[in-house]
Design a protein around this ligand. Structure first.
Ligand SMILES: Cc1ncc(COP(=O)(O)O)c(C=O)c1O
Length: 409
């Protein structure tokens, strides 16, 4: 049902941590994707053309109108000073309008919106602001690594609830934990459409989460990174659409994925004013805000690039079709996702026993295709590969051919 994640003995035994590392660093297991990256770099040094479907790093360009605005704003000396740590007011207002137009959610731009240097930064600092030794955070597993290690770095204990049994089971396990755990969970971390599994939920799921949060007094952080990257007419609900959600939670939205702005480092946290304030307070100690020209360019993105963003989602949808149809024809069993930029594929049966790390290494060595091993997302990810849709359709077809040749079924 559930398992405590974090520091496995095995992981610690195999880590070569310099002695000057803090106790905090010692709580972190070795970076599993490092093994894959090493093999990838080795092959690239030998001029092997790796088709890289490993990382969720968007490969298409940022819309030109956003880049043009950045160039113009960067040249203005008023934008070259430190900016406001929580984001300029024009940007926070634009985010509130975007939420209103997209999800019919009302936000006060002054108290309920904050800009962050990407949502990974915002999430990590929010964990430091909310969690410490003795606190418990809960997250569905498998999980995007920072959803586990953000709380771990903050000193908290993390408990995973397996997603394997379905949503109802997950909610009933959550209820069970809230009744029986001591200390009671303080924070629940959610992320739908989900990385790595691409699982999606409907609004009723969040309604039940809000009800439980109110009943048991925990707070919710919902990572909505793929809220704008959905397919086949599916529209991902915002957690904040549930009446009363703002009393118990906060949601993050990144510019990285929907707007192809991953390198720009900008995202937002919106919702519960106390959580927004705490995040702003801790960020006030750590940083001076996002380069103002990037914030100004992001206003243009949110105001004028909704069509580009929707077009980008269609690009991922078409790539999904190419990848999933190709893999199915090759004998793989993969469910086409209705959101995110990933396919979550079980390792084909004859190769399953080698485990996901070993199989991902073989995908590199034998098929010259980089994928992420499911084990990198926790024990519940074992047996799967995460395949990112970050190469064009032609390259994806090529990847499928190479995988089929390397792993006959
Ligand atoms: C679920 C999820 N959250 C957050 C991020 C990071 O987003 P950002 O670029 O805003 O830090 C990613 C990136 O892969 C992600 O998959």
């Amino acid at each position: 049902m559930s398992d405590t994640i974090g520091i496995t003995t095995d992981a610690l035994l195999t880590t070569d941590i310099p002695s000057l590392a803090s106790e905090r660093m010692r709580r972190l297991p070795p970076y599993l994707f490092g093994t894959i990256n090493r093999v990838k770099d080795e092959l690239r040094r030998k001029d092997v053309d790796i088709i890289d479907l490993g990382m969720g790093n968007p490969n298409d360009p940022t819309p030109k109108v956003i880049v043009d605005k950045l160039i113009e704003a960067a040249a203005d000396r008023r934008n070259q000073r430190y900016s406001s740590s929580s984001g300029i007011s024009g940007l926070r207002k634009e985010v509130a309008q975007f939420y209103q137009a997209t999800w019919n959610v009302d936000l006060d731009p002054d108290d309920e919106v904050i800009a962050t240097l990407g949502t990974k930064e915002g999430f990590s600092h929010l964990c430091l602001a909310l969690l410490g030794p003795g606190d418990v955070a809960i997250t569905p597993t498998p999980a995007f690594p920072i959803h586990i290690y953000g709380p771990v770095i903050a000193g908290a204990n993390v408990i995973g609830i397996s997603m394997g049994g379905g949503d109802e089971r997950l909610l009933s396990n959550l209820d069970h934990m809230c009744r029986n755990l001591y200390p009671q969970p303080k924070v629940l971390i959610l992320n739908y459409p989900h990385n790595p599994t691409a699982h999606t939920v409907e609004l009723d799921f969040y309604k039940e989460v809000v009800r439980l949060a109110k009943q048991f007094g925990f707070y919710v952080i919902h990572d909505f990174a793929y809220g704008l990257t959905t397919f086949d007419g599916y529209e991902a609900p915002s957690f904040l659409q549930v009446p009363g959600a703002k009393e118990v939670g906060i949601e993050s939205l990144t510019m990285s994925k929907g707007f192809n702005m991953a390198g720009w480092r900008i995202g937002f946290f919106v919702g519960n004013p106390d959580m927004v304030r705490l995040l702003g307070d801790i960020k006030g100690y750590y940083d001076y805000g996002i380069f103002q020209a990037i914030q100004i360019a992001s206003v243009i993105a949110l105001r004028h690039c909704v069509d580009d963003m929707r077009e980008q989602a269609r690009v991922y949808e078409n790539r999904r079709d190419v990848l999933c149809t190709g893999l199915e024809r090759a004998g793989w069993q993969v469910t086409p996702p209705s959101g995110t930029m990933f396919a979550w594929a079980p390792i084909p049966e004859p190769y399953a026993q080698m485990g996901s790390l070993q199989f991902a290494v073989q995908c590199l060595q034998k098929a010259e295709v980089a994928v992420a091993p499911g084990r990198g997302f926790g024990e519940d990810g074992e047996g799967f590969l995460r395949i990112a849709l970050v190469e064009n359709e032609h390259r994806l077809q090529q990847a499928v051919r190479q995988l089929r040749r390397a792993f006959p079924l």
